[in-house]
Design a protein around this ligand. Structure first.
Ligand code: PLP
Length: 440
């Protein structure tokens, strides 16, 4: 760690991070203390490619002057304005911009985190059900292994049992189905959904929420035909559909949204919307789904927070969308993303690499130990891979035993090639070391 921890105990509580990771002598702590473009810099003077884009968060990379200037101008112009009872042209402009990108959507609610956006979607849809005389519809259907955020409701809806067990009792009314990925039978998972919707709790369900690509679970894209069928079942049962695009929205998969073409009622955006420059997220609703609330002059959404629609954050969002458009980054993410995916899939040839999945500039690389009975990589070899990657110039963050890669959409051809070379050499070296360790 840096100077703080050398003379006193490190006092920050980090989410999902063992306290021991911040011990002063931990060689794995890369001590990041700066960032520029596609790179992070360490206190030891190393430059590391930001292969995971923070937490899949920086579509334009770090330190962009256009975004910083837009935020600074907004701060000078209108430091703060409550979004409760007051209109802000920053929020208004960003809302118009977002709705212009997706004809399915007609209204926007701003928040500060992805969790708040998902929670906002669930709560507004409950309110809609109350408004149409179905107050019993409060439940949510979600997928096992899904991640929708760290708030109480979102932990309850997410499918990570270890996290959930630590904070029980959870919010009631959450129903879970197996995801149609990671070895689960898609037909069985649809049958589970059908059973819930047609079963004794069916009339109590308000919404179904899914990630088009299950990021935290290990970057598993949901099959398109499965999603279409699941959505049709929800439609028939009067259940609203939420696409959680906190990770995938705004270009990451080579399209503005990964759920484009699907018949959804609400969509959440986060991460790339503020681009790492601002805590900014949004929930978009179709005009039709929120009509029971918005159609009444006295109607109002019954959730909100102090910093929703924060002017400088909305200015960042606007500058990011402008840059994505101006620089043709959607097409670029599709083109460079196809090469990225193809090159990563070739790495499945290294014994230490299991399956590679993903779309565009969002990829999951499973790390495996071919000598372990169940193939599980184990802490020691996983740490060795991360360490070797870092010393080869790449910072990549795992989710479980999967490297989750989400580099900036602005990545140049040379930067992409360098990152892939470092990964190849790391996987090669570690695979050979593993084989030697097994032989000895
Ligand atoms: C799909 C998805 N939804 C929601 C969230 C929660 O977002 P936040 O961490 O900004 O609250 C995440 C975060 O990783 C996510 O990947």
């Amino acid at each position: 760690m840096t100077d703080q921890s050398s003379d006193r105990e490190y006092r920050v509580l980090h989410g999902w991070t063992p306290m021991s990771d911040f011990a002063a002598d931990n060689a794995l702590d890369p001590d990041i203390d700066g960032a520029c473009g596609s790179f992070l810099t360490t206190g030891h003077g190393l430059t590391l490619a930001d292969a995971s884009g923070g937490l899949w968060t920086v579509p334009l990379g770090h330190g962009r002057e256009d975004v910083i200037e837009a935020m600074t101008a907004a701060l000078r112009d209108l430091t703060y304005l409550s979004s409760i009872g007051l209109k802000s042209r920053y929020a208004d402009r960003l809302a118009a911009r977002l709705l212009g990108l997706d004809p399915r959507m007609g209204r926007v609610q701003f928040h500060t985190t992805g969790s708040a956006a998902v929670e906002g979607a669930i709560l507004v849809l409950r309110q809609v059900h109350k408004a149409i005389g179905q107050p019993q519809r409060t439940g949510v259907v979600a997928l096992d292994m899904a991640y929708h955020g760290g708030s109480y409701l979102c932990i309850s809806v997410s499918g990570f049992s270890e996290d959930r067990e630590q904070v029980t009792p959870l919010a009631p009314g959450v129903h879970r189905i197996k995801p149609p990925v990671a070895g689960h039978d898609p037909a069985a998972s649809l049958a589970e959904l059908r059973d819930i919707l047609n079963g004794r709790h069916g009339a109590t369900i308000s919404s179904f929420v899914f990630e088009p690509i299950m990021g935290t679970a290990g970057v598993h894209p949901l099959p398109r035909d499965w999603l279409e069928e699941a959505i049709a079942l929800c439609r028939a049962a009067g259940v609203a559909v939420i696409a959680d695009e906190v990770a995938t929205g705004l270009g990451r998969t080579g399209a503005w949204f990964a759920s484009t073409g699907l018949d959804i009622d609400a969509m959440t955006l986060g991460k790339g919307l503020g681009g790492g420059y601002a805590p900014l997220s949004a929930t978009l609703f179709s005009e039709q789904i929120v009509a029971p609330i918005t159609g009444d002059a006295d109607g109002e959404v019954k959730t909100g927070s102090t910093m929703d629609g924060y002017p400088a954050a909305c200015a960042a969002g606007l500058a990011i969308i402008d840059a994505i458009e101006r620089e043709g980054l959607i097409a670029r993410a599709a083109e460079i993303g196809a090469r990225f995916q193809a090159a990563l899939r070739e790495m499945e040839a290294f014994p230490v690499v299991g399956a590679v999945r993903g779309k565009g500039l969002f990829a999951g690389v499973d790390l495996v130990d071919p000598n372990a009975p169940d193939g599980t990589i184990g802490d020691e070899w996983r740490e060795k891979i991360l360490f070797r990657l870092a010393t080869s110039g790449v910072f990549a963050a795992p989710t479980g035993d999967t490297l989750a890669l989400a580099p900036p959409l602005t990545l140049s051809d040379e930067e992409l090639a360098g990152m892939l070379d470092a990964m190849r050499s790391t996987f090669d070296v570690v695979s050979r070391r593993m084989a030697r360790a097994q032989a000895s």
